[in-house]
Design a protein. Structure first.
Length: 86
């Protein structure tokens, strides 16, 4: 058996929709008008249509994992048991 340090680990990326960016900016004390405007512009880009467009070419890519927020948009099954959202 290989030593833990010798095992090859396959990196992966987990994609998720942004979660309350306005609240996160406020918590971090960033609330100037330009930053708020840029955050709103960024959120507007994350439309369901954009997410579906992003998903299609990568849906079967083995290194990309889709979180629940993306799965809801693209119609994937969402596991009921914690830890299986891969």
């Amino acid at each position: 058996m290989k030593n833990v340090n010798e095992r090859q680990v396959s990196p992966h990326f987990t994609l998720n929709k942004m979660n309350k960016p306005g609240n996160r900016l406020a918590i971090n004390g960033v609330n100037d008008p330009i930053t708020i405007l840029k955050a709103k512009q960024l959120m507007a880009m994350y439309s369901d249509a954009w997410i579906r467009e992003l998903y299609m070419p990568y849906k079967d890519h083995p290194q990309i994992k889709w979180k629940e927020s993306i799965k809801k948009v693209v119609g994937l099954e969402i596991p009921l048991e914690k830890g299986l959202d891969v």
